[in-house]
Unconditional design. Structure first.
Ligand SMILES: C[S@@+](CC[C@H](N)C(=O)[O-])C[C@H]1O[C@@H](n2cnc3c(N)ncnc32)[C@H](O)[C@@H]1O
Length: 427
């Protein structure tokens, strides 16, 4: 292995341990990849469909491995992520000691503080936490630097107010995460009052960024798929790409297979799901230069144009309420349908849902959608200007300027999505 791939001694020692536990690494090894930390490298050519890693059930860390007296001390609705994080934080040293070489391979808390918006300073859109880490400026930040899908806020507009509750895909992400982490913390503190916040939140983030979907062979999938969670030593080295995903598990363990051909020296990826870059940034602390699943949402902009409850009600009753998605190829059908409701009478609009074109005016629809896209592009311009000022300011700590630089890159992508969706619309 060439020295610049070399993962270092900690990872090599851990790999030996993992193989001794029955993990099978077929033609892959951990290696260092600039900008991505550790990942998996192909040590021989790999064909799509070949398995690359098997992790035996005996090595997987699941809820079933946690002693019942530890698991049962928490309120009934405590989430699996909270319980496993609490166990990693204050489980018995003896029980956790077999995993200690693995823990050393994980990122540090500082890595999370640098990469995960949830842990950023308030001035950059982070939240307030019990150790006061992100409360340095307790006032609400004057500019909202995070993309609206992450922060749920805008700089250049008052966002529209939805009158109905709905499940918004991949929107207002930091607040959602914040609520999950706060509830997790309240639940574990109620059972273990002296648990350490910094260590608990670190382990909660480890689970957020490194866990796999897992249901024990004798159990039904939980109501919320986030409760089907397990940590897989060694398999957690795989970085994400928008390749297809081929993972299987049964009572013997977990098998991860390649869905692409790889040459020696290539990085071998797994998919964490079809996630937009905003979702990847919020939940995993990174985003990609090229992401076929990237998109943004127009909900906050569109609901401004439907201030009255009756039209929102019409959208809701017809199941076209929210999740108005835009990608580089254009806007989704839901967005087109919402645009039609801006100028069509309700009768024509309802018939249009059944296929009628009576009352549809493509020029009008296009002008409305172009205006919505322009609103988002203007938000990008306003925010990028503020980010550039931050990056150039000596008064801002260097670490925050680096985060601002990263956000600037994300906003450039957002602007580019607006532009190409707008061009696709006028074709
Ligand atoms: C399951 S771990 C993968 C191993 C990790 N890179 C490490 O050094 O331990 C997931 C984390 O890896 C990083 N990551 C995964 N895919 C990435 C990618 N395509 N680009 C950059 N970072 C990535 C992110 O920090 C993410 O939270």
């Amino acid at each position: 292995m060439s020295s610049d791939w070399s993962p270092g001694e900690v990872h090599e020692t851990f790999t030996e341990w993992a193989l001794a536990q029955g993990v099978i690494a077929n033609k892959v090894r951990p290696a260092r990849f600039p900008g991505r930390g550790l990942g998996m490298i192909a040590t021989e050519p790999i064909k799509s469909g070949e398995f690359v890693v098997k992790v035996p059930a005996s090595t997987i860390l699941t809820m079933d491995k946690i002693p019942a007296e530890f698991r049962d001390q928490f309120p009934e609705d405590t989430r699996v992520q909270a319980i496993i994080a609490a166990y990693l934080t204050c489980g018995s040293e003896e029980e956790l000691s077999p995993y200690k070489l693995w823990f050393k391979t994980w990122p540090t808390r500082q890595d999370f503080e640098d990469s995960m918006p949830l842990m950023w300073p308030r001035s950059l859109g982070g939240l307030s936490w019990p150790d006061g880490a992100a409360t340095d400026e307790s006032a609400t930040p004057c500019t909202n630097f995070l993309p609206p899908s992450i922060s749920g806020s805008w700089n250049s507009i008052e966002k529209g107010v939805p009158v109905k509750e709905y499940e918004a895909d991949h929107q207002n992400l930091v607040e959602g995460q914040g609520q999950r982490l706060r509830k997790a913390w309240d639940d574990v503190v109620s059972a273990i009052p002296n648990i350490d916040w910094r260590s608990f939140s670190y382990h909660w983030l480890i689970l957020n960024t490194r866990s796999f979907y897992w249901v024990a062979p004798d159990q039904e999938p939980p109501e919320d798929r986030n409760d089907a969670m397990a940590l897989l030593p060694f398999a957690d080295y795989f970085n994400h790409s928008d390749v297809e995903c081929d993972v299987k598990f049964d009572e013997d363990g977990y098998t991860l297979s390649a869905t692409d051909d790889y040459e020696v020296g290539d990085e071998v990826y797994m998919s964490y799901g079809s996630h937009s870059n905003d979702m990847l940034l919020a939940e995993y602390g990174f985003f990609m230069d090229k992401n076929t699943s990237d998109c943004i949402y127009l909900d906050d902009i569109i609901f401004r144009d439907f201030p009255s409850a009756d039209k929102q009600e019409t959208l809701w009753l017809n199941q076209y309420y929210g999740n108005y998605c835009v990608n580089a190829e254009g806007v989704c059908y839901r967005t087109e349908i919402a645009a039609c409701l801006m100028y069509m009478n309700e009768n024509d609009w309802t018939n249009h849902l059944e296929g009628s074109t009576e009352g549809v005016d493509e020029k009008k629809s296009e002008a409305i959608i172009q205006r919505w896209l322009k609103t988002y592009a203007t938000e990008a311009d306003v925010t990028m200007k503020a980010l550039r000022r931050t990056i150039e300011s000596d008064a801002v700590p260097q670490t925050d300027r680096a985060k601002a630089g990263n956000l600037l890159r994300r906003w450039e992508q957002i602007k580019s999505i607006c532009k190409s969706a707008s061009s696709a619309l006028s074709l």
